[in-house]
Every structure is written in C-alpha cells, then in structure tokens.
Write a protein that binds this ligand. Sequence first.
Ligand SMILES: [Cu+2]
Length: 324
Amino acid sequence: MNSATRVGAYVVGLAVVFGGAAGIGKAVGPVGASVETASHEGGGHGEDTGAGGGHGGGHGEAASHAPGGLQVSEDGYTLVPYRTTLTPGKKTDFRFTVNGPDGKPVTGFKPLHGKRLHLIVARRDLSGFQHLHPTEAGGVWTVPVTLPKAGVYRFFTDVQPEGAQRQLTLGIDITAPGELRPAPLPEPEQVAKVDGYEVRLAGGLTPGKSTELTLSVSKDGEPVTDLEPYLEAYGHLVALRQGDLAYLHVHPDGEPGDGETKPGPGITFFAEAPSSGAYRLYLDFKHGGKVRTAEFTVHAGDAGAPVQEPEHEEPGHDDRPHTH
Ligand SMILES: [Cu+2]
C-alpha cells in the first residue's frame, strides 16, 4: 500500500496544482509539457500569432501556471458551444467552435497525438468519463454525444490552434437537465476492472514530487503483452482533480516504435502533484481493436486532509432513481 493513497478519506479538492511531468524531460510528450511550461507573457492576448510554437523552455515557471480545463477562454481562444444543455440519455450531435483572438472560428490546429482536437467529457462528480474525437468542417466541430444521466458535465477540448503558443485545454459546463443524483467518489483501489480486463496501479501521487505511476494490464490472470497503439501511445491517462475538475493529460514514458517501450503489460507515466487532493485517473488503452477505460481514485498526500462527511449512507443511493 502506497502511503500516498489513503483509503477511507474523501479529500475535498483544495488548491492542488498537478505539476505533471514537466520536470522530467524524458517522461513528457509535447502535450504534458506544454500544459505546464508555457506562461502568459505580459498580458499578451494571443495576438502574437506566428510565434511558431516557441515554448521558451520555461520549466522554471511551471508552478505559476494554472492547470488546464478551468477556463472557457484562454490566451484569446474561446470554446463556443452551439448549445449548453443536452437531454440525458439521448444521443445528440454536439457542435462547437474554438474561436480565435479575432472572434472567428479557428480552422488550423496542430495535431496532438494524431488528432487535431480531443474532447473529454466528465460529470462534475467525476463519473461518466468519455474521450471523443469530433470531426471538423469549416471550423465547426461535431460529435454525437450521449450524456447518460442528469447532471452538470464538464466538456474539455484539448487543442493547439495554429498561432497559439501552447496547447490549450478549454473547459465548459454542459447541463443534462433532470434530477441529479451525485455519485460519491470511489475509494482508492489499486486494481480497476473493465470489460474482463484488470488494471493494477503501482505508485501514487506525492505532493511536491514527481512520481512514477505504472498501470499494468492483464486479462484472465495473464499479463497483456500486445497492447495496441492508441493515439501514438500504449496508453492515455487523463487526471481530473476533485473539487474543480482541473485537467491534466499525462503521457507515458516512451512510445510505440521507440525501440524501448514494450506493448504491455505495464504502461508508465510520470506526474507531480505539488500539494494534496483527490484525483480521478482515467486510463485509455487499446487491445483487441477496442479502446477501454480503467478508472482509479488517487489521493495526493495524506496529512491534514479534511474528511468528507457522508450525507447518505443507505445502500443503493448512488445515481439510481428511487422506485417508490
Ligand atoms: Cu483524444
């Protein structure tokens, strides 16, 4: 049992900055790095197009940068949905644009891990995770979405518009009207089961330190050694912070075809949590032609964490409608 994970304490998300792997050169892909390293430059409003992606390598400034996903508009780029409500349980085409500093929809995006835009969806209680890839025409992105239950969902777009100095994760709330039944955050577990697969988490999060997380995939008790590349990696890990859904897209240590990285069973990531808090980790992996998601709750730090008092302890209250 890792001391960084603490069973039984729901931690109310506080001011945790998930430092990601920015400090570990070999560990980060461009996505994780850019989340952490870029900095606002003297009130620039994103006018400095043509800067050509110069990052400046400002690792030392990483701590001053807020996590992604907390803002609908950043560096002059704004996520603009065509609608802000969706009927729960009904598949609906969700459309949106990413508008640039000139107020017009952006049409040029740099691919990030093989896609020009990644759409991540999660309900605000960290349930209902989805990772989608919309299609674009004339700057308008479209994707069929089903929000299974009522609630407020956070929609995140991972993009790097051409002309933007870094990757941006823009976030907006989309509501599925109805009676909300919040789901409690699952307690930390080292093993997640999904669709006949078992994923074991080794390592944890320590505030202020970069730590290694290895997620090992097995099926029917046998290690899976033929994971398939998905989005130019053997795994994609998204971490959302409890409390405000601050977003971090972490990437593994190594990639398919680099001559070192094996296709399982272990997928290794690096992350840094400078202070305490609870996170939900979502690992996407591909095997047998299908992408699956394994989810974990991880606590960063175990000292002085407030315990969330239970409000309803009767069994079966999680999300199911009352039947009488
Ligand atoms: Cu994606």
